[in-house]
Ligand binder design. Sequence first.
Ligand SMILES: C[S@@+](CC[C@H](N)C(=O)[O-])C[C@H]1O[C@@H](n2cnc3c(N)ncnc32)[C@H](O)[C@@H]1O
Length: 239
Amino acid sequence: MTDEELFQKLGKIEIRQGKEREIKSYVLRNNVLSDKDREIVRENMPKFGFFYEDRFIDYKELFGSDKPVIIEIGFGMGDTTQQVAIRRPEYNYIGIEVFLQGFVKLLKHLGEDNLENVRIIRFNAVDVITHMIADGSVQGFHIFFPDPWPKKKHHKRRLMQLPFIHLLAQKLVKGGYIYMVTDWEEYAAETLETAALEPLLNNPFYGFAPPVAWRPVTKFEQKGMEKEYAISEIWLERG
Ligand SMILES: C[S@@+](CC[C@H](N)C(=O)[O-])C[C@H]1O[C@@H](n2cnc3c(N)ncnc32)[C@H](O)[C@@H]1O
């Protein structure tokens, strides 16, 4: 693949465009690669990145090891992804993000730290999980601070609605988990209620979960805490 083909491929982020798309859960910001970004992509994409393909991922082929797989949806700038992968090296991690600058930033850090247990893809998570992830194959999903879409008319853009929760549940191994953290209380309450309707999932805490020791507090979260937003943690398991 030439460099131009590589950059062009990175620019495509969903199967369907515009109105056809199922959930429009994100808006794209700056979509331009600087020369420095291009250098990072050129260097690190072959090892740490991968592209959308219409086939299930062979995890052993992707990672070169067969540790249980955890998928993070919307990793933002990737700080948490990096920290969690270091703190819990017994898992392999797939990070999915559409935000180009965040994607390139994590690509850079993965290269610097040579984090063997992380691979990332710039694509719509709904498409990746639907078409590239086999049922019953994932140990856990991490969804940290998903866009809250606070206005009522935008609630339909929220990711954590029943069809998506059902999709995630189907992809989990038995005993696998979905871990969501948000500083938007109303979204948290709604997700808890919705998840209770999914027969494949149990809530071992019967309400919100306590925080886990291995999840670092991000800058984004720190800002929310300064505004005294409560942090809600949701932990669901496939029975
Ligand atoms: C509010 S940010 C939180 C980022 C990060 N998890 C954190 O805690 O700082 C939500 C992120 O989810 C990403 N996102 C939203 N919908 C997505 C989708 N369908 N596929 C991939 N990424 C998505 C957005 O681009 C954004 O970077």
